[in-house]
Design a protein around this ligand. Sequence first.
Ligand code: AMP
Ligand code: TRP
Length: 332
Amino acid sequence: MKRVFSGIQPTGEPHLGNYLGAFRQWVEGQDQKENFFCIVDLHSLTAPYDPEGLRERTRKLAAVLFAVGISPEKSTLFIQSHVSAHAEACWLLNCITPIGWLQKMTQFKEKFTKQESVGMGLLDYPVLMACDILLYDADEVPVGDDQKQHVELARNIAGRFNHLYGDFFVPPEPVIPKIAARVMGLDDPATKMSKSAASIRGHAIGVLDDPKEIERSFKRAKTDLFNEIRFSDDQERAGVNNLLSIYQAITGKGREEVEADFANARGYGDLKMGVAEIVIEALRPIREESDKYLNDPVALDTMLAKGAEQAREVAMPKLREMQEKMGLLVGM
Ligand code: AMP
Ligand code: TRP
């Protein structure tokens, strides 16, 4: 059976882009594959944050993931810092990863110029991500297209390890969802919807937003002056294209069908309300289910402890073998 690994940072609020670009694919693949899903709290230490908020967001994200349908019976969902093998393996792979590979990473270069002070962790981010993936011998890594480069780096690091110490790591493949791979911000359709955008209001739709908020955000969504509801690659029409793509991703309809649904729309107002409605209905059950988990933190923590235990059963022996291959005196 193919093994799948994916991760998400507990930063900001989980949003529609995460849901369409990541969570939904994770849930859909649960029956055919063996899955590991990880809330990567160690990765989120690489950007400024407040400790209490991090704890809260970690639980909230776990609740959302169980609520969207990640099933503890079918998948292993755990918190990265609960499995110490990730940080330990990171040191080992640090020692074989050329700095030049890391300095070339697009995300590093972008964040490097934006952050006032840059910790080592930011440069090292993709090595830790490689450990996440490689410790589980994952064949497939479902991610949005912005993370493709990091998965390819993990593949290169695996290749380098295998070359130096003998065949050991499985080279992972990134798996990019076909529709809505990139949900754009409602306020600025030239940038991807993201959790870290300074003001999430009007930019992103939070998975836990209430219907009124969702409606408000869509009403304010940026469009254009063409007054034509159709898919388009034209940058000037990116706002309308984004709204249609969201609608398409949720309904699963083809492009023509989507355009036909809006053939009688009187303008962009109708388009926005049509998309808002379908998003509200898609998110409603998730919000209700998340509340159940958030109101019972003991049960939630128990589920996460069980996930960590299952993850350790795979990661720890792999780490030991890795140490052995690298010449460390193991098992004392
Ligand atoms: P992040 O929110 O950046 O930690 O990403 C978590 C997961 O959601 C990754 O698989 C991302 O590629 C995916 N993702 C994040 N933002 C978007 C977006 N705007 N559209 C589609 N997928 C996204
Ligand atoms: N860097 C990923 C992101 O921001 C999160 C991540 C960490 C991840 N480790 C991973 C994704 C392992 C897939 C596999 O989206």
